[in-house]
Design a protein. Structure first.
Length: 203
């Protein structure tokens, strides 16, 4: 009897260390392991578990946000590199005769004593809002994939590519966007730290 009790106790203890039942979560995640962007070296990478038990609609929403942020960060990163190289829009930014190149780069253009006037910052904000609400979206509902904002207008030969080429170019955009998100974050941090970076120059 004692032996049976000891055996039952050991089995109960072992059960406490048994792996949790993750069948449903694993099945949900496997549905996205073959999606575009799950590629070497990381493969499918979701350390925060944002896709645990998520459906296709949730995945598409997160992919839309990733693509949009990636595109914004690519523009932001290139904007930093170009302006820090001394290349600015010619002419004046206002009727008072202040030239575009008279304002500092990076954070200094928006915050601080030498920043763009408030009216200029509001114009930038309204322009971004206009793009967000009326331009940078699938207006026609005919988008070929999440993030397709051509709206039957801008094509650049996309429809002439075969499916393999399309997937390759979309994967390149995803990777470049991910790299740009890390890149612009790095530039922002280094700008606050000061010093100088290769290629970029003084921060």
């Amino acid at each position: 009897m004692m032996k049976l009790a000891a055996l039952a106790t050991l089995m109960g203890s072992a059960a406490a260390f048994a792996p949790a039942q993750t069948g449903k979560v694993s099945t949900a995640l496997k549905a996205f392991e073959s999606e575009l962007g799950a590629q070497p070296p990381l493969g499918f990478f979701d350390p925060l578990g944002l896709l645990d038990e998520a459906g296709q609609a949730r995945f598409d929403r997160l992919r839309y946000v990733e693509i949009k942020h990636g595109r914004i960060c690519q523009l932001a990163f290139l904007g930093n590199i170009i302006t820090r190289a001394g290349i600015h829009i010619p002419g004046n930014i206002d009727t008072a005769g202040d030239a575009f190149d008279s304002y500092p780069n990076g954070f200094g253009a928006l915050f601080g004593p030498d920043a763009i006037p408030q009216d200029g910052r509001l114009q930038i904000l309204f322009f971004i809002g206009f793009l967000e609400l009326f331009v940078m979206k699938d207006v026609t509902g005919q988008g070929e994939f999440v993030g397709d904002f051509r709206n039957g207008f801008i094509d650049f030969g996309w429809d002439k590519f075969d499916e393999e080429t399309k997937l390759k170019k979309r994967a390149i955009e995803l990777n470049n966007g991910r790299a740009a998100m890390m890149g612009i974050l790095g530039l922002m941090v280094h700008e606050k730290l000061g010093g100088e970076l290769p290629i970029v120059g003084p921060m």
